[in-house]
Ligand binder design. Sequence first.
Ligand code: SF4
Ligand code: MG
Length: 340
Amino acid sequence: LAVSHLSKTFVTHDRGRRVPLRAVDDVSFVLRSGHTVALVGESGSGKSTIARMLARLVRPTSGEIRLDGVPVPGGYRAVRRYRGTVQMIFQDPFASLNPTHTVGYHLRRPLRLHDVAEDRPAAQEAMYGLLARVNLSPAELMAGKYPHELSGGQRQRVAIARALAPRPRVLLADEPVSMLDVSIRLEILNLIERLKREDDLAVLYVTHDLATARYFATEAMVMYRGQVVESGSSDDVILRPAHPYTQLLASAAPDPTARRATTAPRDLAAAGSGPNGGAGNRSGRPAPDGGCLFRNRCPHAMEVCRQPVPVFAVDATHTARCWLYRDADQARAHAADAPA
Ligand code: SF4
Ligand code: MG
């Protein structure tokens, strides 16, 4: 699944005035079978909006999404087929299941809707298979339960099974464990990892937790106020962060060996990071205009940072949207131009 120059502007209203809000700004990346890409950032940075655009729940303002090189068509049938291929797991397992339907219903419905099972007995059979794949047993008992009879972890397993029902090739996991009890988060992430390997899925893992991003993803992209500010291998980005914002995130992240990461550090939340500058903006600090969006918080801010920031190469597979890397980028370009 390839995404190029994807942008989304929402229009909000403030005391009768229309205020455009650039939630996602010119984002490009590729999801490949068998690989997990982590999309990291604080709340309000645009991560979920990207996942929702990929799931076709939100219409992009501009940009293109291609599946196997083919742009996704707009018709009802094409969108339904696409949705069978690209499935999403939502953050809140308490809101994503219908309280009036049983677990069995939640799984049989997509099986029928996407023509995986041609009749009721086949759907019943496939439903038990899905429950077994996500370790919900005994299957007969679980199929008859209602969401309120399940724990948060069990609900998220149902949501994962439901996502697998149409036999997708791409899984969009939007903070799949952030609302779950700390003790079961790794279990659920390991489950997604196993399913990815078994089905050769392409996975987008949206999170604000650097430790699990590094552990589960091969590549990582860091978002700040709608822009990807750094991308590369998850080891490079998280262990050797180049962008001052990623450095701040990494230094504020809880110790990954403590096995309990994932809530946004308080000082970061207080410093403000929403699409319009968060708390920093509300407290009256002007939002940067045109230049680096991180300028007001950056310890390395320079005069040039008032100008729009291109994406520079930190090294061959690692990029940062930061003026600090202009020289490194140019040196690389010169080296490439020089005769051998
Ligand atoms: Fe800091 Fe300038 Fe880099 Fe922005 S471009 S992160 S202000 S050094
Ligand atoms: Mg979100």
